[in-house]
Structure formats: structure tokens, C-alpha cells
Design a protein around this ligand. Structure first.
Ligand code: HEC
Length: 82
């Protein structure tokens, strides 16, 4: 499965994220930069599905039960190429 911004929009990710700038959560460009050269895909898949806090600040990312494993993998891959 290939993800793009349309999927991120459909899954409500863009309510808190933008590619270029921080909203509630970090911009996807900043996420991509932070994990450049690391194998961060699995970590981000878990975070996308289950949520969590403490990496970018105190504001938590809620769990996203509307996102399947396959969609989370595709979204993580897409975020990391921004
Ligand atoms: C209600 C707001 C909100 C929604 C909706 C949301 N996020 Fe987040 N996201 C956040 C916040 C806040 C953080 C920073 C969490 C932290 O500091 O650990 C974050 C962090 C992230 C990170 C970086 C994780 C890390 O550990 O570095 C990724 C990737 C991400 N979000 C992707 C997504 C995707 C994909 C979706 C849609 C399925 C989504 N987010 C929906 C608020 C949100």
C-alpha cells in the first residue's frame, strides 16, 4: 500500500500535523529530519497506532484506532520521506 497526504487527511492526521509546519504535533519534515538515517519505521508504526508522548514535548498524540497496521506502515513510510 502506498500512502500520501490524501490518506493522512482521510485518517485525520492533518488535524494535528502539516508537512511544513508544527501544528499540535511536529511537522512531518521535522519528523523525517529527526529520524534520517535511522530505522525508525517500526517505532513510528507503533506510535501512529497507539499514540504516546514525550518525544516532541508534553502534548500526547492520541491512539488512532481508525488506522490499520498496513495503513500505519504506509503512513510511517510516507512521513519519513517528507
Ligand atoms: C490530536 C492530535 C494528533 C493527531 C490526530 C495525530 N497526531 Fe501525530 N502527533 C501528535 C503529537 C502531539 C505528537 C508528538 C508526540 C510526542 O512528543 O511524543 C505526534 C507525533 C507524531 C509522530 C512522531 C512520533 C515520534 O515518536 O517521533 C508521527 C510519525 C505522527 N505523529 C504521525 C501521525 C499520523 C500518521 C497520524 C494520523 C493517523 C497522526 N500522527 C495523528 C498529535 C497528533
Amino acid at each position: 500500500m502506498l500512502a500520501d497526504q490524501a490518506l493522512a487527511q482521510k485518517k485525520n492526521c492533518m488535524a494535528c500535523h502539516a508537512v511544513e509546519k508544527k501544528i499540535v504535533g511536529p511537522s512531518y519534515k521535522d519528523v523525517s529530519k529527526k529520524y534520517a538515517g535511522q530505522n525508525a519505521n517500526a517505532k513510528l508504526v507503533t506510535k501512529i497506532m497507539k499514540g504516546g508522548a514525550g518525544v516532541w514535548g508534553a502534548v500526547p498524540m492520541p491512539a488512532n484506532p481508525q488506522v490499520s497496521q498496513a495503513e500505519a506502515e504506509a503512513l510511517a513510510k510516507w512521513v519519513l520521506t517528507q
